[in-house]
Design a protein around this ligand. Sequence first.
Ligand code: CP
Length: 316
Amino acid sequence: MPHFLSVRDVPDLPQFLAEARAVKQTPFAWSHLGRHKTLGLIFMNPSLRTRLSTQRAAQNLGLNCMVLNTDKDSWKMATGEGVVMNGDAAEHIKDAVAVMGQYCEILGVRSFPMLVNREEDYAENTLHDFVRYAGVPIVSLESATRHPLQSAADLITIEQYKTKPRPKVVLTWAPHPRALPQAVPNSFAEWMLAAGLDLTIAHPEGYELDTQFTAGATLTHDQDAAFRGADFIYAKNWSSYHDEYGHILSRDKNWMITPAKMQLTNNAKFMHCLPVRRNVVVADAVLDGPNSIIIPQAANRVVAAQVVLKRLLEQI
Ligand code: CP
């Protein structure tokens, strides 16, 4: 059964990007594919972009779409085999997911990490329960360790704006008041490297990501050095992966992206997946400046989701 869980589910990235260009030019050319079919979007955590862009992508393909926010609108779910359900949880995830699979031809699910136990988060139990029990293709709407729809949109955006075949792309850590998942930087790194781009990752000491995602990238603790010659700056906060998993190790304001930092680059475009904390992660003058492409980047979330859903519909 086809699924969309990571870049491994897109072995033909050049063809994927060609389809993205086609979808962008003629978004309604495949509106017959979703006729009499239904997409279910299951959110265990909040979302603005992923929810709306995936719904819009579904509409362009003629799909019906149902959204369930399980954190607010549904029964609390138990997980794990052999659990005695005498607590808060009214139903088991294996029953709930199997039922959802009866109502939909494709299911999307968002499930964030708890940032307490690294092994549990990186086991991706919730995502794997959906794959195991739904009986239909699963699309990751951001899991504990990856955000492939975001990364697909990021790659589409870089292809749209690049002015040389192999641009220098810099993923930089930036400060944030809350501990955030590693899903976006993990996923961004693996998509950029799979596409063969020149990727540098800059972060303070202690913020090293899992090498399964970053092998092949240039890693540095010197943000200024990373910015020199960069064609794209992608800012994102993440919490620690190795020591003190899920913790904030640095609040260093010198890592905030400012116009002075952007001056070091090769007139780089600025990217962020959003939502973004203004004047904490990045200065207003950068976000609102002429090199910011955060809005076209967000617009490409529809394109990315539509190519993914189109491909799944063509296979079922
Ligand atoms: N970038 C992104 O996934 O945004 P949402 O959390 O609003 O969906």
